[in-house]
Design a protein around this ligand. Structure first.
Ligand code: AP5
Length: 226
C-alpha cells in the first residue's frame, strides 16, 4: 500500500489514544490527536489554548474552524507524505467534509476509519479511573493499566493527574456531544465503505491485535486491487 491515511473514531475513553500511540510506534507514521494538541496549547497559554480551554473544560467541542485549520496545516506538511494517523478528528460532519476537501485537493484518499466501539457504561468506568501524565499526556488507569508507582508516570516520571474533563458531570456531557455530533460519522464513513469496526471492550493487547488484523486485510485488498 503506497500510503496509510487512518482515522481513529470512537467515543471518549474508547481507547483511541492508547491504540493511537501503539500504531504510531508500529507504523512509524505521524500521529495527531486533536485533544493532545489542544491540551498542549492550553499548557503553553497560546491564543489557541486560551480560546479552546473553556469549551474543553465544559466537555463541549471546540469550534470546527479552529480544529480544521489546525489539522489541515499538519496534513499539508511534508511529514504526512507516507500517511498519518488522526485521533479525535473529524468529530463533526463539517470536519469530515473539510478533511475530504483537503484530501481531494492533495489528490489523496483516506485508507480507513477505525471505529473503536465501546458502550457508554465502559466509557464511564474507563474515564473515571484514567490518570494522565501532566507533561506528555501518557495515559494509565487505576485498575486496567496502573502505573508501577502510584501517581507517577512510568514513561517520563512526571505527575499523574485526573484531567479536568474526566469529572463525572463532564464525562456525561462529552458522551452526549459524542452521540449528537460525532456518532453520525459512523454511517457517513460506512456509506463510503471506509469504516472498519474494532471491538473496543477487550483488553488493550486484544484491541491492538484486532487493529493489526484489520490493517493486514486492508493491505491484502489493496494488493488485489492492483
Ligand atoms: P480528546 O482528548 O480527544 O478526548 P476524547 O475523544 O474524549 O478521548 P479521550 O482522550 O478521553 O479518550 P481515548 O479514546 O483517547 O481513550 P484513552 O486511550 O485515553 O478531546 C478532549 C476535548 O478536546 C474534547 O472534549 C473537545 O473539547 C476538544 N476536541 C478534541 N478534538 C476535537 C475536535 N475534532 N473537534 C472539536 N473539539 C475537539 O483510554 C481511556 C482510559 O481507558 C485510560 O485510562 C486507558 O488506560 C484505559 N483503556 C484504554 N483502552 C483500554 C482497554 N482496552 N481496556 C481497559 N482499559 C482501557
Amino acid at each position: 500500500m503506497a500510503e496509510l491515511n487512518l482515522v481513529l473514531l470512537g467515543p471518549p475513553g474508547s481507547g483511541k489514544g492508547t491504540q493511537g500511540e501503539r500504531l504510531r510506534d508500529e507504523l512509524e507514521l505521524p500521529y495527531w490527536a486533536t485533544g493532545d494538541i489542544l491540551r498542549a496549547a492550553v499548557r503553553e497559554g497560546t491564543d489557541l489554548g486560551k480560546s479552546a480551554k473553556e469549551y474543553m473544560d465544559r466537555g463541549d467541542l471546540v469550534p470546527d474552524e479552529v480544529i480544521v485549520g489546525m489539522i489541515g496545516e499538519r496534513i499539508d506538511s511534508g511529514e504526512a507524505a507516507d500517511g498519518f494517523i488522526l485521533d479525535g478528528f473529524p468529530r463533526t460532519e463539517p470536519q469530515a467534509e473539510a478533511l475530504a476537501a483537503k484530501m481531494d485537493e492533495l489528490g489523496r484518499r483516506l485508507t480507513a476509519v477505525l471505529l473503536i466501539d465501546v458502550s457508554d457504561e465502559e466509557v464511564v468506568r474507563r474515564l473515571g479511573g484514567r490518570r494522565t501524565c501532566v507533561e506528555n499526556g501518557h495515559v494509565f488507569h487505576v485498575e486496567f493499566n496502573p502505573p508501577e508507582i502510584e501517581g507517577v508516570c512510568d514513561v517520563d516520571g512526571s505527575e499523574l493527574i485526573v484531567r479536568d474533563d474526566d469529572k463525572p458531570e463532564v464525562i456525561r456531557h462529552r458522551l452526549e456531544q459524542y452521540h449528537a455530533k460525532t456518532a453520525p460519522l459512523v454511517d457517513h464513513y460506512d456509506h463510503k465503505s471506509l469504516l472498519r469496526r474494532i471491538e473496543g471492550a477487550a483488553p488493550p493487547d486484544a484491541v491492538a491485535d484486532s487493529i493489526r488484523r484489520t490493517l493486514a486485510t486492508l493491505r491484502l485488498e489493496a494488493d488485489e486491487a492492483i
